[in-house]
Write a protein that binds this ligand. Structure first.
Ligand SMILES: [Zn+2]
Length: 158
C-alpha cells in the first residue's frame, strides 16, 4: 500500500502547502481547518472543518488537498468535511493570530463578539468602527481605525 509509506506527520507537513484562499498567509493546518488525518485500511481520510458554516472556500481547499496528496503519490484519499464540533478560534495558536495581525487582518476573537471595538492590527487602538459586516470575503468584516485612520479587515468567526 502506497499510503502506508507515509505517517501522519508527513501528511500534515504536505498539508502545510495548502492555503486558505481567503487568508493567503495561513495554511490550513495553522488555521485549525485540518482536524484529523486517519489511515483506514486502504484509504487516507482527511477531516476538515470550515471556519464558518457554508464557507465558499472549502471546495477549493478540498481540491488543493487532493491535488497535493495525489501529486505526492498518495492514493485513495478522501476529504470529509466535519461540522461538529464547530471551528473555534482556540484552534488557532497565538503565533498564528500574530501572523494574521502582521498581515494586517485583525485576528478572530471569541465567537459571541460584537463587531465594534475590534483592535486595530496596525496601532492596537480599539477606537475603531465597523464599516461593513462583509469585507472582501464573507469571512471578514471591514473596519476603520479612528486612531491611525486606516481601514482594516477582521477575520470573523461565526
Ligand atoms: Zn489603528
Amino acid at each position: 500500500m502506497v499510503n502506508m509509506k507515509k505517517n501522519k506527520n508527513e501528511i500534515l507537513k504536505l498539508l502545510h502547502d495548502v492555503f486558505d484562499p481567503e487568508i493567503p498567509v495561513l495554511n490550513i493546518v495553522e488555521m485549525g481547518i485540518v482536524r484529523d488525518v486517519i489511515f483506514e485500511e486502504d484509504e487516507l481520510l482527511i477531516k476538515i472543518t470550515p471556519t464558518y458554516m457554508g464557507c465558499p472556500a472549502m471546495n477549493a481547499i478540498e481540491n488543493d488537498i487532493l491535488d497535493i496528496l495525489f501529486s505526492n503519490g498518495l492514493e485513495n484519499v478522501k476529504v470529509k468535511t466535519v461540522y461538529s464540533p464547530a471551528w473555534t478560534t482556540n484552534w488557532m495558536s497565538e503565533e498564528t493570530k500574530n501572523k494574521l495581525k502582521k498581515y494586517g487582518i485583525a485576528p478572530p476573537r471569541e465567537s459571541s463578539e460584537l463587531l465594534d471595538k475590534i483592535e486595530c492590527p496596525f496601532c492596537n487602538s480599539d477606537e475603531t468602527i465597523l464599516t461593513s459586516e462583509f469585507g472582501s470575503t464573507a469571512c471578514k468584516s471591514l473596519h476603520y481605525c479612528d486612531h491611525c485612520h486606516q481601514p482594516f479587515e477582521h477575520f470573523k468567526c461565526i
